[in-house]
Each structure stands twice: as C-alpha cells, then as structure tokens.
Design a protein around this ligand. Structure first.
Ligand SMILES: [Zn+2]
Length: 282
C-alpha cells in the first residue's frame, strides 16, 4: 500500500522536478534509465519509425538473456568478436583490448551502447544511388572527418570501420548528453555511427523530414555491430545495454530520428552467433 501511494506521488512530482529525463526516464543523478536492464533495453530498443515515432518490439531472446543474467563476455566470446572485425581495425582492437572502457567523472562505468545511423550522405530530392552498398560516395568516411568526430565508431555499408575515438574516451553524441545532462554524462555511453543515406520525404522542406533506404543496413553492418557490441562490453567488463539514438533522446525537443529501418532481429541473430561460441565449446 505504502509503495502504491509513493508511486503515485512520484508520478505527480516527476514533471515538476524534472529529475527523470525523456521517454525512458533517465535519472541525472544515477545516470541510468528507469527499470531493470531488461526493461531499459526494451524501452531503448523500441523500433524507430519515420519522423522518430517509436513502436514497441520484442527483445531478441539473446539480448533478453544477457540483460537478465548479467556478467561479462567470456574470453572465447571476446576472441570471436575480435576475429570478426576487419583490418586495420582488428589490429587496433587487439592492441587496446586490455585498456578499460570509459567511465564518468564520478567513476560510473560505461553502460550504454548507442546505435545510430549517419543520415549521410544526404541526397535531398535526388534518388539514392542504384548500388548503394558499393557506392564510393555513400561509403566514404570523408563526411565524418572533423576536429572532433561525433561518435566513437563509424561503420560503412561494406563493414569497414573507422575508430574516431577509442572506447576509453568519454564522449557524447546525443542531446541527452550534450544539451540536458552535460559533461557529467560523458563516459556512460559509447556511440556507433552506422552509414545510411537519407533523402527528403515527398514535400519535405527540412532535414527533420527524411527517409532512408530499405533495407536500412547491410548484413556486414549487423555483423560488425554485434562484434563491436561484444568487444565494447568486454572492455567495459559487463554486458552493455544496447540502445538507439532516437530512444535515448525520446521526448527531448529536436531529437534525431535514427536509426531508421533497423532490423533488431537481424542484430540479435548476429549477436547470438558470437555469444554461442561458449556453448559450442570453442
Ligand atoms: Zn544519431
């Protein structure tokens, strides 16, 4: 009974105190979304639809299992993930494998693995190239070169990886981190930018009204995302909670709508393959 009353009070108080941020209720003190790891992943992996609408979808069993059981990737799982990574990134990943992943200023460990789509290159009203996955313009990393690249990792449609920041570097790539919580959140999230071009929706006048190709990503991208997830989790010493940019920033004004057309089942399938190396006894 007492619990119910307290719950009701918290509900009433939440908008006024604004301690919990966004649709998945990020607590700015604990730097954690609301609920158990399974509940957090369920909220953070809702399907991102056109214009950033969200719809519920089931967690792939492998993700539900990892969130429930906790723990960390085994040595075999980590090795399997590294073996999948392409050169030259694989050598880099091996070189940095024992360096702990980022933590926040107050010592909270890395916890969230955030999947983005680049929404670049942007084709405006032009058609997408016919051979999207082989197109040099689409797959170039040149768009993302900057004094301060926006994410840790850039992953193109051919599965090539450019590491802009190591996973040990506290960084930010969402409005939740950069506009709402600020530097205190740095180190809690790592960010993977996955290349997917965009063009205007019919009649659109601004970059908030765009769509991506279908399928949204290539098999190589799902495979690498799974490998990066296992590798980053191994560096963190625990299974990270996977998330999407748009769900992290849910209900924050001007939030981005990425990743579009993300096939969560496909990601789960690739992850299952890597996680299953333990069962296979290899
Ligand atoms: Zn993004």
């Amino acid at each position: 009974m007492r619990k119910i009353v307290l719950g009701a009070l918290l509900c009433l108080a939440a908008p006024a105190t604004a301690e919990l941020i966004g649709g998945c209720q990020f607590d700015r003190d604990t730097l954690t979304f609301a609920g158990s790891p399974v509940e957090q992943a369920t909220c953070l992996l809702r399907k991102v639809e056109l214009m950033g609408r969200k719809s519920p979808q089931p967690l792939p069993p492998v993700i539900a299992r990892l969130m429930e059981q906790g723990g960390a990737p085994s040595a075999a799982q980590k090795a399997a993930a590294i073996a999948v990574l392409p050169e030259p990134y694989r050598d880099y990943a091996i070189g940095y494998q024992d360096l702990p992943a980022s933590q926040t200023d107050v010592g909270l460990p890395l916890l969230y693995f955030v999947i983005h789509d680049t929404s670049e290159p942007f084709f405006g009203t032009d058609k997408f190239p016919r051979h999207l996955n082989q197109d040099p313009k689409v797959n170039s990393f040149d768009y993302y070169l900057a004094a301060e690249p926006v994410a840790h990792i850039f992953l193109n449609r051919q599965g090539q990886i450019w590491a802009a920041h190591d996973f040990s570097v506290p960084w930010r790539a969402t409005k939740l981190e950069s506009r709402v919580v600020g530097p205190a959140a740095r180190g809690r999230f790592v960010h993977i930018e996955t290349v997917q071009p965009r063009r205007f929706l019919s009649g659109a006048t601004n970059r908030g009204q765009t769509y991506g190709p279908k399928p949204g990503f290539t098999p190589a991208q799902y495979k690498m995302l799974a490998a990066l997830y296992v590798y980053a989790s191994a560096r963190a010493g625990h299974w990270l909670i996977p998330a999407f940019h748009s769900t992290v920033d849910d209900l924050i004004p001007d939030a981005h709508d990425d990743p579009q057309n993300f096939d969560l089942k496909r990601f789960g399938k690739e992850l299952d393959t890597l996680v299953s190396v333990d069962k296979a006894g290899t």
